[in-house]
Design a protein around this ligand. Structure first.
Ligand SMILES: [Zn+2]
Length: 300
């Protein structure tokens, strides 16, 4: 009788411990979405636009920031890293200058845009070089997806920067965002949406939309390595971000003509001269429709 009790006890303890043991041995795979406005050194559109002579410097700073984050991830034992170039043409990271151990997704357009390549196989997401939403104080090149078309985007009534819109795509696949890098205001917005546990690395402090105080380069590179290492160490503490369905998407445009074509699409309501609204049950469907509406607005 005692023996049976002992066997039951052992199997009970094992069944409790086994899932966490399996989770710990699961290979850690990290996804990086890399924008450019929040990269160290960047303060002006010329530094992030291919037609300017200043762009070469912006690209160099971008790949240096990304490689520092990758070094931290590799030090923490991450087995697989996928980097998605997520700015403008999405051909900014010089492929030969990126750490040769990682996979690079380059070019545009891509169905999931800044989140192309994400799926449930990843353990965490890191946003590198991200920027604040349109209409932010002292934040470098603040905008939301399209500076020319978008005044604001609201999801379920909450105004969202790109980091929130993209974090919900990761959340759709049950993957948490574990770290973000950018200017001070972007880091503040990230924590207010994704929670105080998020690891943020401030690389510069905005003075205005086109001016910033850079933290010393040596210190920033060190903080990027340490931040990535720390985020992986406490990866089990992060929760995926996903607002609850149904999803109310509201797109406020700069001018009334930018809402005219989008309003022709079934499901889409023009609730104000320059504001479009729609509801979906599936977040990805909503995100894709949002992209179409922004593309139509930008082309108007
Ligand atoms: Zn960008």
């Amino acid at each position: 009788m005692k023996k049976i009790f002992f066997i039951l006890l052992v199997t009970g303890v094992l069944s409790l411990l086994l899932p966490s043991l399996i989770a710990q041995t699961k290979p850690v795979k990290i996804y990086l979405s890399v924008d450019m406005e929040g990269i160290w050194g960047v303060v002006h559109g010329n530094q992030v636009s291919a037609d300017s002579p200043e762009y070469a410097a912006g690209r160099r700073w971008m790949v240096e920031d990304v490689n520092a984050v990758i070094n931290g991830l590799l030090e923490a034992g991450v087995q697989e890293i996928v980097v998605n170039d997520s700015h403008g043409s999405m051909r900014n990271i010089p492929a030969h200058e990126l750490n040769p151990k990682v996979t690079l997704i380059s070019g545009s357009p891509k169905p999931l845009s800044m989140m192309e390549g994400i799926d449930e196989s990843f353990s965490g997401v890191i946003f590198v070089g991200y920027h604040a939403r349109a209409g932010s104080y002292a934040s470098i090149l603040d905008h939301t997806i399209s500076g020319a078309a978008v005044y604001a985007i609201k999801i379920n009534g909450q105004e969202m920067p790109e980091l929130g819109i993209n974090a919900a795509i990761a959340g759709y696949y049950r993957v948490p965002v574990i770290m973000l890098t950018g200017d001070a205001e972007t880091c503040r917005q990230a924590k207010s949406i994704l929670g105080e546990k998020l690891v943020t690395v401030t690389v510069k402090e905005g003075v205005g939309r086109y001016a910033a105080r850079m933290l010393p380069r040596e210190l920033v590179l060190k903080k990027l390595i340490e931040g990535a290492r720390d985020a992986v160490k406490k990866i089990s503490e992060f929760k995926p971000f996903l607002p609850s369905p149904p999803y109310d998407f509201e797109l406020q445009l700069h001018n009334s003509n930018q809402a005219e074509l989008g309003a022709l699409i079934p499901l889409v309501k023009r609730i104000e001269p320059r504001t479009l609204k729609f509801q979906t049950k599936d977040y990805l469907e909503g995100f894709k429709l949002l992209r179409v509406l922004i593309a139509l607005a930008a082309a108007s």
